[in-house]
Write a protein that binds this ligand. Structure first.
Ligand code: SF4
Length: 281
């Protein structure tokens, strides 16, 4: 059995927030540069350059690339041979987020009650916490700061089980068209196909967090990702909704077994301020 004190986890998460909060990852920046080179529309080129300049200013001056520093989403893989001592894992992570939000001047974006008492918790807690037990002695923590605008335009559909590939494509395109500029394109789409009412959105969010543009392991789903990406970039929405061919940078699908009477389809839209990081202990 390997023992990790909760204070070690807290400190690593706090440290990770210095990068997570201010830096977009290299693959995303490359993708934005490639999109700018492909673009034929001047407005789209200018918008993409603005996004790249903004990212550079954020990195250099330690300012979040968007004022919405999001809901803090944690996917944890906990090795079965790891024992966390001290506080619970979830408590350690919430403590880390509270410290990191204060130290890095992150906007406080969480209210304690959704309907009756929208008092701000002032430190971006509580986080959204998912934990999965895995083999071994490692603890892996993947963190996303998920902005509200793109999250608001995300959707779950309980499709007919007789739906075919084309129905999935049309539903995703319809959802992105409805989102328009509100989700701050260029987008990354996490799509969960299968599971059930609670797990489809979870796998959609998890899909967002794999390395940008990495295809699905299954050849048919990988081909579907490509088809959806092509359709989205033909939609004419474009970067920040100003037209052009860069509505989305990547489409990531995760699939799961589902009930014979169901075919859940969750579409988690992510904006260009795609902040995520993975740490291993
Ligand atoms: S959708 Fe993304 S870029 Fe737009 S305001 Fe929200 S976090 Fe910022």
């Amino acid at each position: 059995m390997r023992t990790i004190d909760s204070s070690v986890i807290r400190d690593r998460v706090v440290e990770a927030y210095r990068k997570l909060s201010f830096e977009l990852d290299g693959r995303l920046l490359e993708s934005l540069k490639e999109a700018k080179q492909r673009e034929r529309e001047e407005a789209a080129q200018l918008v993409l350059q603005d996004i790249l300049d903004n990212a550079e200013i954020a990195r250099a001056k330690l300012i979040p690339p968007c004022q919405d520093t999001g809901t803090q989403v944690f996917f944890v893989e906990l090795g079965q041979e790891v024992l966390v001592t001290g506080k619970t894992l979830e408590a350690a992570i919430n403590e880390a987020v509270s410290i990191a939000s204060r130290d890095n001047y992150l906007r406080a974006s969480i209210v304690k009650d959704p309907l009756y008492d929208r008092t701000n918790t002032r430190d971006n807690t509580p986080v959204v916490f998912h934990v999965k037990l895995v083999e071994g002695k490692k603890l892996t923590v993947t963190i996303a700061q998920k902005g509200g605008g793109a999250e608001n335009m995300s959707r779950l559909y309980m499709m007919s089980p007789s739906s075919v590939e084309q129905d999935i494509i049309e539903t995703v395109v319809k959802t992105v068209l409805e989102a328009g500029a509100k989700a701050c394109p260029p987008l990354i789409l996490g799509i969960g196909i299968g599971g059930n009412f609670e797990s489809a959105p979870q796998i959609a969010k998890h899909a967002l967090l794999r390395e940008l543009g990495t295809p699905n392991d299954n050849a048919r789903y990988a081909a579907l990702e490509k088809q959806i990406l092509v359709r989205l970039n033909e939609s004419g929405i474009g970067a920040q909704g100003l037209g052009g061919s860069t509505t989305a940078l990547a489409v990531h699908i995760e699939q799961a077994p589902c009930h014979i009477a169901s075919l859940p389809l969750a579409i988690n839209i992510q904006c260009h301020a795609h902040r995520h990081i993975r740490i291993e202990l």
